[in-house]
Design a protein around this ligand. Sequence first.
Ligand SMILES: *Cc1c(COP(=O)(O)O)cnc(C)c1O
Length: 435
Amino acid sequence: MKQRKKIERHSLETGLIHGKSISKKWDFSHHLVPPISSSSTFRLESAKRGALGFAEFAHHAGKEPIESRAPIYIYDRLGEPNKEILEENLAAAENGDIAVTFSTGMAAISAAFGCVTGSGDEIIAHNILYGCTYSLLTNWYPRYKIATKFVDMKEINNIKKNVTPRTRVVYFETPVNPTLDLIDIKAVVDVVKQVNKSRHKTRKIFVIIDNTFASPFCQRPLELGVDFVIASLTKNICGFGTDMGGVVIGPKWSYDVLLLYRKDFGGALAAKSAWPLLVYGLPSLPTRMRQQMVSAQAVATFLESDPRVKFVSYPGLKSFPQYELARRQMKDYDGKFAPGSLLYFTLKGKTPNVRHNKGEKFINYIAKNAYTITLAVSLGHIRTLIEHPSSMTHSAIPLEDQVKSGLEPGGIRLSIGLEKPSDIIHDLAKALDNL
Ligand SMILES: *Cc1c(COP(=O)(O)O)cnc(C)c1O
């Protein structure tokens, strides 16, 4: 593959800045930065060129796209330059064959499921998932007779126990939101490989992972044998909080089916959103992540030493229960330990009610008084964001059920940004003093 060779001569990190360097995907060979593509339709010159464009669209059949000339663009939803250059770079970032972008992370997740499942199939998923993914699997897929079994994948035997001839997908996130528990990617892949040995090639089980939390800088699941990575580009990859997007990265054969899915279900990434992801977001990902991890480690260490904090969950802390696993599977492009920029901590308090109220008080103080920390959902931005799952994202669940499902009522999630760590710590310390 021409593109991969080009990037492989340099580190992957450098590849995120230069991509293929010169691309046939747009016609301006002297632009250093690709122009913003903003054309919903494309001039075809002749019926013959139109026919060729349609014949070529989603007909790669596992082969490389034609590299000797610009692709024949037809209509933005099928493909256009900014998205396609971004896709090349995203595939390289995850060390995958191909990438197809979508309008949001959820559009990417539904496309990945949609391309490999049909009526009657089953999905095995970890029992804690991003809320909208959980809703997709429990509120919508039963209508199409696609059932999901939720299991605790930290206990690896639970996967094999729940496989049936109908199983088509094993799906999870790691680190898990919001607790930052890890799932052993390699162990899941090994179990599924074992099961697949005795299955017909049309009934193989695919391992699909949501890599949004870690980002490709900190974890590349395809290198561990996962079939598909999906990610919300809205988070770490955008980084600046300006745009939404999603991506599916997978094997060559899936390129055509993903393009066709996007064409017909319609969740295409806006070209105007592809551009900042391509020009600012992805190239700056390693630099942002590296700095945010230094800060996350400092903030985690501070919180861990504070007597008002019950425990801190950050994969970079030696006290992290799965520290060994974290070191094995969360690595940057140089193989260095890369535990990410999210952390989770809980406040002390005798009863769940007391802890819940303390969490809410803490968050409200931050919302009103903190300069460096913003009360907002989302994550992976240059601004530090905080949220209290018990009184926000999970507030619909009664407190006793929260406790039963392992959600700590005093738990607080922090997504560390690019502010100076001492400033973030100052704001946290003031909020703790106010408890
Ligand atoms: C935000 C998020 C999503 C959904 O992405 P959108 O771009 O908001 O659609 C999926 N998974 C995880 C883990 C997320 O954090």
